[in-house]
Design a protein around this ligand. Structure first.
Ligand code: GLC
Ligand code: CA
Length: 544
């Protein structure tokens, strides 16, 4: 558990591969990150979450780790990492590492050794014998599905057994019934804490312990089998042990990425001292984009309800509208064509004034949008690529398969950061061949021009973060939800000050809630209108 610093800072998530390329190979790197720390400081950021920089064969770009104690050479060296810790510390910016311990890469030494059943590493992973179907044909041990399409089991020819992979087949799940695995993980954590990390963002941490290996129920809208591993008793127990042995002695911070987490489970993880806070995903299901066949229209009502529900039921949330797995928020919940700036600023207002720890994802602070990928050959996300293939196996023609794959494609958030209007790559790299294409709107949407602009989204973020950083009520005050139209979010934060926020979640004119007055501290419209709410209008008031 960390002391309370995480309740006062604004976090910024860096996806290193796409943040800043210092050596012109088209791939972001650690020196690139170091070169932008002053920019983050200027934005008012107090902590950074670094997506994985560890050695990885990149099937899932760092979420498949082949060595927990090495830096992927594309990103730099351990010395670069030490320098990053030191430079961040100088600027009073905490560094939170990604901890990916549900699975390793199949290239990890442990997994290579594990294929010998007599090796002590065999039991680091989850192996089961095949089953037979009614016709006597061999089938996987159960019907669980992988997050990335297909069965969650892969046959290993060397052993004749199947191993479990909740994610890609190159991401075998570790066996948390083996105490040695837990000890290994603790050692890895100590290694990074000793080097200077302030905590961890714990990847899919609520699924590490599988309760049983029974068949799952569920259908195409859920992950079949997940009821046997979502937020189990075993995961609570293991997290408590890790807190006791590692996190508490170091005073280290943790935010759990908790997939499919319920309010009850979130409260258990937080209140029983497993994790400082968790990322929950209900509000990301307000447009159901994860189900490739059904791209449902975004529902502002659902967004409002979900945010309120979690604000009221959970003491300390991790707040976000974007990360490296999600589509760009202004493209999902805003209106890129008609109200790009207004809607991006409205989302910023909500993100930075609700109760909890806000996480800004790189590029969100300039309103970066989804990308128009010309063809599947530009796409690198394993989830989208597998979906594309699976759809075609079901007989769907390639153009439609592409459309469906793009509905879930995570590369929308992973195109390179747009630093400037410079050719060839928007200031991200000196090379014109970057690992993912730079969004062609970089000439209009980029950091440099927004730093100069008076009314820019970036300026708005900077002002808003400054306001939050200096306002007790916005940092730690209680939240009271105010009555308002079903598509308008309005609340008051009570602390040393009384601050009210109203946000129109739509591109329509809507009635303002009654009786909201006071000094306007910030608004995404410069003039006072006085007649209800304009499209995506958001205002922050100080109540006297
Ligand atoms: C988490 C990560 C995602 C990754 C998956 C498997 O959801 O955020 O990027 O693919 O876990 O590690
Ligand atoms: Ca590079």
């Amino acid at each position: 558990m960390a002391s309370n610093w995480f309740k006062r800072v604004v976090f910024y998530q860096i996806y290193p591969r796409s943040f800043c390329d210092s050596n012109g190979d088209g791939i972001g790197d650690i020196q690139g990150i170091i070169s932008k720390l002053d920019y983050l400081k200027g934005l008012g950021i107090g902590a950074v979450w670094l997506s994985p920089v560890y050695k990885s064969p990149n099937k899932d770009f760092g979420y498949d780790i082949s060595d927990y104690r090495e830096i992927n050479p594309e990103y730099g060296t351990l010395d670069d990492m030490k320098q990053l810790f030191a430079e961040a510390k100088k600027r009073d910016i905490k560094v939170v590492m990604d901890l990916v311990i549900n699975h390793t890469s199949s290239e990890h030494r442990w997994f290579k050794e594990a294929q010998d059943p007599s090796s002590p590493y065999h039991d680091y992973y989850i192996w089961k014998d095949p089953k037979k179907d009614k016709l006597g044909r061999e089938i996987p041990p159960n019907n669980w599905r992988s997050y990335f399409s297909g069965s969650a089991w892969e046959k290993n020819e060397t052993t004749g057994k199947y191993y479990l992979h909740i994610f890609g087949k190159h991401q075998p799940d570790l066996n948390y019934r083996n105490p040695k695995v837990i000890e290994e993980v603790k050692d890895v954590m100590r290694f990074w804490l000793d080097m200077g990390a302030d905590g961890f963002r714990c990847d899919v941490i609520n699924i590490i312990y599988k309760d049983s290996f029974e068949d799952g129920t569920g259908n195409f809208t859920t992950i079949v089998g997940s009821e046997h591993y979502y937020s189990t008793e075993g995961s609570v127990r293991i997290l408590k042990e890790i807190q006791r042995d590692v996190l508490r002695p170091y005073g280290a911070f943790t935010v759990g990425e908790t997939t499919g987490v319920t309010i009850d489970a979130a409260n258990r993880f937080i209140n029983e001292g497993c994790l400082d806070t968790v990322f929950s995903f209900d509000h990301m299901a307000t447009d159901e984009w994860r189900i490739p066949l059904f791209k449902v229209k975004y529902s502002p009502e659902k967004m409002k309800k979900s945010l309120i529900k979690w604000q009221q039921a959970v003491g300390w949330n991790a707040l976000f509208f974007e990360n490296h797995d999600q589509h760009r928020s202004v493209s999902r919940f805003g209106d890129v064509d008609r109200y790009h700036d207004e809607s991006a600023k409205m989302l910023a207002t909500v993100l930075l004034t609700l109760k909890g720890s806000p996480f800004v994802y790189q590029g969100q602070e300039i309103g970066m949008t989804n990308n128009k990928f010309k063809s599947m050959s530009e796409v690198k996300d394993i989830d989208a690529l597998n979906t594309y293939q699976t759809m075609q196996l079901y007989g769907i023609v390639p153009p439609l398969a592409k459309k469906l794959a793009m509905n879930i494609c995570r590369d929308h958030a992973r195109t390179p950061m747009q630093w400037s209007s410079d050719e060839p790559s928007g200031g991200f790299s000196s090379s014109d061949s970057t690992w993912l294409p730079v969004n062609r709107n970089f000439r209009n949407i980029n950091v440099a021009s927004q730093l100069d602009g008076q009314d820019s989204i970036n300026k708005y973020y900077t002002d808003l973060i400054k306001l939050r950083n200096s306002t007790n009520a916005l940092q730690v005050g209680d939240v009271e939800v105010l009555d308002s139209h079903s598509q308008v979010l309005a609340y008051t934060r009570h602390g040393e000050e009384t601050i009210s926020v109203v946000a129109n979640l739509t591109g329509k004119y809507l009635p303002a809630p009654e009786g909201l007055q006071g000094e306007v501290l910030m608004s995404n419209y410069s003039d006072d209108h006085g007649k209800g709410l304009r499209p995506f209008e958001a205002t922050i008031y100080r109540q006297s």
